[in-house]
Write a protein that binds this ligand. Sequence first.
Ligand code: PLP
Length: 404
Amino acid sequence: MAPMTLHPDSIAVHAGREDLASLGVHALPLDLSSTNPLPDLEVGGMSYEVLATGGHPFEGGSNVYARLWNPTVARFEEALARLEHAEEAVAFSSGMAAITAVLLGVSHESGKRHVVAVRPLYGGTDHLLASGLLGLETTFCAPDGVAAAVRDDTALVVLETPANPTLELVDLRAVVAAAGDVPVLVDNTFATPVLQQPLELGAALSLHSATKYLGGHGDVVGGVVACDARLAAALRRTRAITGAIMHPLAAYLLHRGLATLPVRVRAQQEGARVVAEWLTTRPEVSRVHFPGLPGCDPEGLVGTQQAGPGAMIAVELAGGYEAAAALTARVELFTHAVSLGSVDSLIQHPAALTHRPVVSDAKPSDALVRLSIGLEDPQDLIADLGQALTATARTNSAAMSNAG
Ligand SMILES: *Cc1c(COP(=O)(O)O)cnc(C)c1O
């Protein structure tokens, strides 16, 4: 059967594994070699040249050195590219290493040093851009400010949808149109390729913190970018020079995790729907941010741009920072920890943690906590949030009557 005829769930299980039977194995091979034998000096040198400049290994050549090429990493990249409907993908040691490589690679290729970044973004991305560490100038704007912010020397437009941590959806096609000839990078970490394929909507690059849903079990750090072959070569060259390649064990775990990604994302999303609807009924909660709730998706992008609302929720607490801190301290089934997309549910306070480096006027509200819904029965998650919110409200009213 031709690979292109498969449905996405089947691609998630089979992509990057087509040759396993011919190798006589069933599980993914894990190649941990840091260096590789060279056939002879001539071919070894040619292999080095090709790989260090972003090319693929050639027949009879060598993989030379694990910073340049690793077959286990390449298998994962092939599988992820298929899910993202991309020509290629390039994997990195973390999501931030991937974002850094895109910024360095794209600005170097184009000779342009200006970036337009649509807020809100993940705090680490915001920090990297605002710091000026990479020698690039960044203009931050709202989604409708992209056309005005783009200049002749703009190398890249960066955006996230759904955005971290407010779950705002950005109309990707509108931003692509406003960007004109400037390539658009979409951070697809929250949606995953199960719900959204940004390249189909005109983005040039789709990026993941693979640490999150792609891994899904809280035991891998990685990043990956899906794009066309030309950009992929620029990213591999940057990766080889800066030394940001993904570790093969991480690639093995991520590739293994891809098989269950569609099932996990759909099940976590259904749980999130139940939890989000329940949260709207609670007096301690002043606002629930979840793209599947009425009013949270004014442009109707769920169902057109992304296939479902996803499994991330943000809530604003009526009791502000104190109530938010108390909630994170009182939950028992949720783990109070940063990160997201794991099979178990996590809760964290973005303003104090993931978005701590963001400038105050762009920082998320102090009353906001972010929930990553896992695979637990949503009724158990509701019971946990219920006991934590009730205890929090009691403390609040006690504090108020003391103060009064
Ligand atoms: C976590 C995260 C990143 C950074 O990825 P790391 O793997 O932690 O380096 C980037 N973007 C989003 C949306 C994230 O959630």
